[in-house]
Write a protein that binds this ligand. Structure first.
Ligand code: SAM
Ligand code: SF4
Ligand code: SF4
Length: 388
C-alpha cells in the first residue's frame, strides 16, 4: 500500500480468520435423469426452483482490495492464491457450461475475483458463445468486472460474443473510491471502461454500487446524478455478510429502503413491474424519463424464493448458495476419464434436485442495532473465490 493512502475505513489491523479454503461435500445419490425431465426444462430443487443461471468464477485474484470483499489484511502478499494448474481450463469450463445448459441454464455470468485478469478471457467467451440451448439459442453471456481493464478489452469481448456487462463502482470521488476499494486505480479508468463497453454495444451497462453506511453513502446522489440519462442502470447493493474476512456489521448496512427514500426525495421514482423471476434487483424508473435504477436487497428483502443461481468456483467446485460453507468437487468429475457426459449430468441433476438453500430467508433481516446474524458454525466461502 502506498504511504499516502488512508487506511481503509472500518477494517481492523488484524483479522484472525484466514479466508476459508473449503472442504468438499459428498454428491447426493444419483437417479437416472429421465429424458422427459430434461425435456421439461431440467431439474427442480426441493423448493421447486429451476436451474437457470450459472456464475463462473474464472480467477480468485483481483487488482483491487475492496474492504468489503478482499480486505488487504486477509488477502495480502501471503495469501495463497490458486496456482494456475488448479484452475479449471477453458475446455473444462465450457464442457461444464454445456452440460448445465442442457439442464436448464440460460444465463452465464463470468466473474471472480476480477475476471478480466484471466488471460485470454475473450477465447473463453467465444467458446461459451458457441453453446446452444435445446431450443437452438445461444445462452445470455454476461460479465461482472471492476472495469479497470475494460477500456482495452470491451471491443474484443463484444466480438467474441459477450452480450452484457456489469461494472462495479462505489463512488465518483477518488478518495471515497479508494477507501472502498483500497487500490491505486482511479475512478477515471472505471468510467473509461464503462464508456468503452457502451461504445462496443455491450447491452445496457449496469453499474453496481455497494453502499456502506458512513463510508460512501454520501456518494449516492452524485452517482445517481452522474448516471441518470446516460443509458446505464445504477444498482445500489446492500452491504452483505458474505465470506469471513470483511468484519461485516449490520450497523454499516444502509437499507435499500433508506437509499431509495434519499434518491426519491431528489428524483421521484416509479416502480417497475418485475419481468423475470430470478432478477436480483428491484427496479424503479425516474419519473422524468431519465432511465432506471435498481436495488439489490439481499440483507433486508431476501429473494431466495426466486433463486435459480448456481456458482462454479475458480477451481471447479459447485456451490448452490452464495453463503455456502462447502461445495462439490466438479473438477474431479471432469478429470475422471471413466465418467462420460451422461454420468456427470446425472450427478449435476441430483445435486440441483437435492438443493434446499435459502440462507437469506432463514437468517431474516437483523435489526439495525444488532451486530448481525449469528456467525455460521462453518466458515463461509469468500465471494472472490466462489464468484460474486
Ligand atoms: N471483481 C468484479 C467486480 O467487482 O465487479 C467481479 C467480482 S465481485 C465479487 C462481484 C460483485 O460483488 C461486485 O459488484 C461487488 O461489489 C459485489 N460484492 C462483493 N462483496 C460484497 C459484499 N460484501 N456485499 C455486497 N456486494 C459485494
Ligand atoms: Fe475485487 Fe470485485 Fe472483490 Fe472488489 S468486489 S475486491 S473488485 S473481486
Ligand atoms: Fe440464493 Fe443463497 Fe442468496 Fe438465497 S441466500 S438468494 S439461496 S444465493
Amino acid at each position: 500500500m502506498s504511504s499516502s493512502r488512508q487506511p481503509p475505513a472500518a477494517s481492523v489491523a488484524t483479522i484472525p480468520i484466514r479466508p476459508a479454503r473449503p472442504a468438499d461435500l459428498p454428491w447426493p445419490p444419483t437417479r437416472e435423469a429421465s429424458s422427459r425431465a430434461l425435456q421439461q426444462g431440467g431439474p427442480r430443487d426441493q423448493l421447486g426452483r429451476p436451474l437457470r443461471d450459472l456464475r463462473i468464477s474464472v480467477t480468485d485474484r483481483c487488482n483491487f482490495r475492496c474492504t468489503y470483499c478482499m480486505p488487504r489484511e486477509a488477502f495480502g502478499k501471503q495469501h495463497p492464491f490458486l496456482p494456475h494448474g488448479e484452475l479449471l481450463t477453458f475446455e473444462e469450463i465450457t464442457r461444464a457450461a454445456r452440460l448445465f445448459v442442457g439442464l436448464g441454464v440460460r444465463k452465464i455470468r463470468l466473474t471472480g475475483g476480477e475476471p478480466l485478469l484471466r488471460r485470454g478471457l475473450d477465447d473463453l467467451v467465444a467458446m461459451l458463445a458457441a453453446l446452444r440451448t435445446p431450443e437452438g439459442a445461444a445462452p445470455d453471456l454476461a460479465l461482472t468486472t471492476n472495469g479497470v481493464l475494460l477500456a482495452r478489452m470491451a471491443g474484443r469481448l463484444k466480438a467474441a460474443g459477450l452480450n452484457r456487462v456489469t461494472v462495479s463502482l462505489d463512488a465518483l470521488d477518488q478518495d471515497v473510491f479508494r477507501r472502498m476499494t483500497d487500490t491505486d486505480h482511479t475512478v477515471a479508468e472505471v468510467l473509461d471502461g464503462i464508456a468503452a463497453a457502451q461504445a462496443a454495444g455491450l447491452g445496457q451497462v449496469k453499474v453496481n454500487m455497494v453502499v456502506r453506511k458512513g463510508v460512501n453513502d454520501h456518494e449516492i446522489l452524485p452517482m445517481a446524478q452522474h448516471f441518470r440519462g446516460s443509458g446505464t442502470e445504477l444498482r445500489f447493493i446492500e452491504y452483505m455478510d458474505v465470506g469471513q474476512t470483511n468484519q461485516w456489521q449490520m450497523s454499516e448496512v444502509l437499507t435499500s429502503e433508506a437509499v431509495r427514500a434519499r434518491l426519491a426525495a431528489a428524483h421521484p421514482l416509479i416502480p417497475v413491474e418485475r419481468t423475470r423471476g430470478s432478477d436480483t434487483a428491484t427496479r424503479w424508473h425516474y419519473a422524468d424519463g431519465a432511465g432506471s435504477v435498481g436495488f439489490i436487497s439481499s440483507v433486508t428483502q431476501a429473494f431466495c424464493g426466486d433463486c435459480t443461481r448456481l456458482r462454479l468456483s475458480t477451481e471447479g467446485r459447485l456451490y448452490t448458495c452464495l453463503f455456502a460453507s462447502a461445495g462439490r468437487d466438479l473438477r474431479a468429475l471432469l478429470r475422471d476419464a471413466a465418467l462420460d457426459d451422461r454420468a456427470v449430468v446425472s450427478r449435476l441433476h441430483a445435486l440441483w434436485s437435492a438443493r434446499l438453500d435459502r440462507y437469506s430467508e432463514q437468517r431474516g433481516a437483523p435489526p439495525p442495532a444488532s451486530p448481525g446474524p449469528e456467525p455460521s458454525p462453518q466458515p463461509r466461502v469468500e465471494m472472490s473465490y466462489i464468484g460474486g
